[in-house]
Ligand binder design. Structure first.
Ligand code: EPU
Length: 422
């Protein structure tokens, strides 16, 4: 993997353009398997996880082509001839579970390895399996492979015991071509769930209620090809830049975002004494110093997103007073803490709570990303630290951020990507 070398203590200034949502793209691309035809997806982020999905789709027989900037993708699934995703590819990706929904909806069968992805402790998929079984799918798990088969998918009522983004979307995908109506209760409400429903409806599906906690999928016998869909802006990438601007005493305009999606973060930034202005499709974040402490609890949308927990922890290192972040979504999202401690952060973990003693000056150090959002948080730590920081393992960051270093340089940061052999 490459590494980033960052010279810190330069305020970010200027404008940055946000890419399409990673987590929407990772669901919409497998959803394209449902149609025996073509579709065109715009504003796809050019990130590692999308490239892996592209390889899997190609292996399954789909034709995948890109525009030169790799942000528009055309998928022709008419020649799809395989319902078994190769273990070596699928295991690299959390979102490989969407291949289950997509392939079941298309062929009534699917074989996919247990999903990989970032390590935040236990990440079960029992709600996906419970919902699929309720739809009439017979599931067997053998040698790390989930083998799923349904003679017929039949609509039903499914109550999710935990609010799960992945299970909500997967069940939508599997239910689109089922016989009758499927009702998903206690559904997740994240913006990308609405985006996936809009894509499915553009192909002729009948999904209602996405964005609320009850989603109704009225099954249709066929879907039509030819749809074009533009993916929504990435809420987490936008939040990462907003936090980076605040942490560096910067002043940036974040363009191509939906301010409504940013409300849980915006509310916290205002509480920290950071100025936030917004209009239409942009938000300006201005820090005048004097950052105040805040307590954050991660929750499903519209609560504060777990994926913006590690970046917020870095920002709170600069705040006056003691702050707390309570992580309620994952058992263990705290791998970044040891790395921040190496930089002099006053931060400790007690169960699911990070306690952050603010106003400590971070100093540059060699540090290692252990997952995607922790990696982004460490980059922000490098941006505020005195001296030079080396962030290793940045392959994790490449999985979910398009050109993070290029975008940060355009805002005045000193960040260079080099081979880790140097
Ligand atoms: N859960 C279960 N059983 C299930 C599914 C989930 O107990 O069957 C639990 C999980 O263990 C977790 C909680 O429910 O405690 C929420 O998990 P969810 O299913 O919502 O997460 P996910 O679908 O695996 C997606 C994003 C994550 C993001 C979460 C929460 C994708 C590919 N991943 O994961 O994004 O953290 O929703 O918003 O969409 C990231 O982008 O860096 C990332 C990790």
């Amino acid at each position: 993997m490459d590494k980033y070398i960052i010279e810190g203590q330069r305020p970010l200034t200027g404008e940055v353009y946000i890419s399409g949502s990673k987590n929407a793209a990772l669901a919409i691309i497998p959803a394209a398997l449902l149609i025996e035809g073509k579709c065109r997806i715009e504003d796809v982020p050019d990130i590692g996880d999308v490239r892996i999905l592209d390889e899997i789709l190609t292996y399954l027989g789909a034709k995948v082509s890109y525009t030169d900037d790799r942000n528009t993708i055309e998928i022709d699934s008419s020649c799809l001839n395989n319902w078994a995703a190769p273990y070596e590819m699928a295991k690299k990706l959390r979102a490989s579970y969407y291949l289950l929904g997509g392939l079941l909806g298309r062929f009534g069968r699917a074989e996919v390895s247990f999903p990989g992805g970032c390590d935040f402790g236990s990440r079960p998929i029992d709600q996906h399996i419970k919902g699929l079984e309720a739809l009439g799918v017979k599931i067997e798990i053998e040698h790390g492979i989930i083998k799923a088969e349904a003679k017929k998918l039949v609509g039903c009522k499914i109550y999710l015991d935990v609010v799960s983004v992945g299970a909500t979307i997967n069940l939508m995908l599997a239910a689109v071509r089922a016989e009758g109506t499927t009702i998903i209760e206690n559904a997740a409400k994240e913006p990308h769930i609405v985006d996936v429903a809009n894509f499915l409806n553009a192909m002729g599906a009948n999904v209602k209620g996405a964005g609320t906690d009850i989603i109704r999928v009225m099954g249709v016998s066929t879907l039509r090809g030819g749809a074009t869909h533009a993916i929504i802006p990435d809420q987490i990438e936008a939040g990462t830049f907003m936090i980076a601007a605040a942490a560096t005493d910067g002043d940036i305009v974040v363009r191509n975002i939906i301010p409504k999606h940013m409300e849980p973060l915006t509310a916290k930034l205002l509480e920290m004494n950071i100025e936030v202005r917004q209009n239409g499709d942009w938000i300006r974040v201005i820090s005048h110093g004097g950052i105040q402490k805040a307590n954050i609890k991660t929750l499903p949308y519209p609560g504060y997103p777990t994926d913006l927990h590690p970046p917020a922890a870095v920002l709170l290192c600069r705040a006056a007073g003691t702050s707390m972040i309570t992580e309620t979504i994952y058992d263990n999202r705290f791998h970044y803490v040891d790395e921040l401690q190496r930089m002099g952060a006053g931060i400790r973990v007690d169960g699911r709570v990070a306690v952050i003693e603010g106003a400590s000056e971070l100093t540059g150090a060699p540090i290692k990303a252990h997952d995607l959002r922790a990696g982004a948080a460490l980059v922000i730590a490098g941006l505020i630290a005195r001296g030079t920081t080396e962030v290793h393992n940045i392959g994790y960051i490449d999985r979910g951020y398009e050109n993070l270093d290029v975008k940060l340089r355009s805002l005045g940061a000193s960040i260079t990507r080099v081979s880790d052999d140097c």
